[in-house]
Each structure stands twice: as C-alpha cells, then as structure tokens.
Design a protein around this ligand. Sequence first.
Ligand SMILES: C[S@@+](CC[C@H](N)C(=O)[O-])C[C@H]1O[C@@H](n2cnc3c(N)ncnc32)[C@H](O)[C@@H]1O
Length: 337
Amino acid sequence: TILPKEQALLDWVVSEGGELRVTISRDNAGVRGLYTTQPVKKGEALLSIPRHLVLSVKNVAAAEASPQLLKEMHSPCSRLRPYLDTLPGPDGVLTAYNWPEEYIKYLADPVMEEQVGNSFKLHARNTWLGHNDDEMEMTIPEAIGRKNITLQEWEHVVSLLSSRTFSIRKGALSLVPLLDLANHDVRDINKLGNTTTVRLIAGKDLAAGEQVTITYGPMRNDELLMYYGFLDTVTDPPRLFSIDHRDFKLYEAHQLSDRPLEGPPEVLRAELTRLLGIVAALEIRLQALGPIPETQPYVASVLRAAHDMRRRALQAEIGRVERQLQRGSGGGAVEEL
Ligand SMILES: C[S@@+](CC[C@H](N)C(=O)[O-])C[C@H]1O[C@@H](n2cnc3c(N)ncnc32)[C@H](O)[C@@H]1O
C-alpha cells in the first residue's frame, strides 16, 4: 500500500544518513502510519532521523509559526521536498483551524463552537489578514512574496503544522520527517530520544509488521478532535470530554484530574445534577440540529462518533456517581472505586 512518493521519502531519509526499521503502510480504515519491517527489541531504535532533515520553527501559536512551513511548501527546490510531497492534502487533515464553517454548529456545544469559531479559526484568519505581522518571525508575504493564498489554503498549512510538530528542541516546534507519520495511541510507551539524531526507541518488543505508535499526550476526545481530527477508540468507557469535566475553564489550560470526584453526598448530588444537565442540553441541541449533512463524509462521521462517545462518557460517569451515592446512603463509608 506504499505510494511511490512515500517510498521516495524512505529512500531520501536513508540516503541522508537515517536508519529505519519501519515502513509506511495503512490500517484497515485506510489511516496511514508506521509499521515495523522486522522484529525490534525493547530499547532498540525504531528509527533515527538526522537533525538536518528537521524543520524547526519558533514555539508560538500554530498560525504564527506557519509561514516557515508555507515557504518550504511553495519553494520548488526546498531541501525538504521528499518530505513535503508526502504531507496530507486539504482533505487529509482536519483540525479546529480548518474545521469547515458549515460543521461548526454540529459540534453541538456552545463552548466547543466558541473554541473553534472564535479562537482557532479566528486566529488563523487574523494571521492571514496580516493583523499579527508585528509579532511574527516571518509573515505570509515574506514567505511567498506577492503570491496570493486563499484562507482555506492557509488553514490547511496551519493545520499541518499544528497536528504534526514535536517539542524536541528548546523553544521550538519541530517537523520530523517520517516520525510525524506515527499515529497516536494513549497507551504507548515508545520513547523519543534526541541527541545527534532524532530517535524513536521501542518501549517493548515488537514483531515484524506491527504498527508503531507514539502518544500525543493524555488528550481527551474534544482536544483530539480539535488538534488532530480523530477520536480515542482505545479507552473504554471513554473519558469525559474536557468541556464536561468539573474543573474545566474556557481558555485556561491545565491538566484535568482523572481521579473520581469524592466528597459528602451533597457534593456528589451537585455533580450528578451538573452531569444530567449536560446530557439534557446535548440531546436538546442534537434534536434541534437534525441529521448531520454528508457534504464532507469524514467530518460527518467523526462528529457522529464524537457525540456518541461524549454521551457514553457522561453516562458512565453518571452511573459511577450514582453508585457512589447509593453506597453512601446504605450506611457504609463511601468507598473508593
Ligand atoms: C502526526 S500525523 C500521523 C500520520 C498521519 N496518519 C498521516 O498519514 O500523515 C497526525 C494525524 O494522524 C491521524 N491519526 C493519528 N493517530 C490516529 C489514530 N489513533 N486514529 C486515527 N487517526 C489518527 C490524524 O489525522 C492526525 O491528525
């Protein structure tokens, strides 16, 4: 299932001094990823990429860091050409930055709609309009001269940068050829190393032909959706969306605890009421919206899956709090689950 341009990427990395025990392939759903070509033992390198193949930009908001990538993409003789040729096209990447306008309301939540419409997309738009030029290392005209790009093209570049960079270098966001083809698995234990080359070290023994994943972090489904356009299918029951977490605050980034809420019955009852309120609001909103349009089948399907996972996470949490309350009212001490 490897395309000629993907084979060219592998050949280029090797000719530049890289070492690979992986190749490019696809899973049953057609998602491209990295797969081992041979058995690899725990502690051995799965791949090693020379530092000179890495494109690093300043660690600022994705929209403000993206002109450097845009410049490379527009330059026919970029030294990174074999890498640039394998980047997904506009239909192959979905983030909040290029979230289609017509699908914003189908997020079916005022907070998520606000995040996508008034934070991510607005920021991309303002940057495209040149409003943030004074704060940027490179502006769009500095990257590509007087060529015009559409807002859609710009959102695509910003989405690419946002969904494919690593923090392997101080103060920088780095695009690492091939390593950026590793998909996410929240359980993953492969380790990134960064010395004279960027290396991915096997966290356990792998057989030939196994998919090589990394973890993008302990992200919840609404965060995965906005930053990467897919959902976590391995955590069951799904974790609460961050917007549904009791400690969530809009535009305040902090780690939300996975520890179950504990406390006296009145605290648990208040939490139950809060969660039931979210479910009711979600169902009313989905009813009012009607069926999700099929204009972009992938977006429609990921939205349906997101609503389903959000419901299941809320129901699981409601059930847990209810059981905790019942045990409490049964006379015994409230146990930890
Ligand atoms: C760093 S890239 C990984 C390589 C990507 N599959 C490709 O072909 O370019 C991140 C993107 O891969 C996809 N992806 C990563 N992990 C995934 C997963 N567990 N399930 C489905 N898609 C995933 C998403 O589209 C995400 O935005």
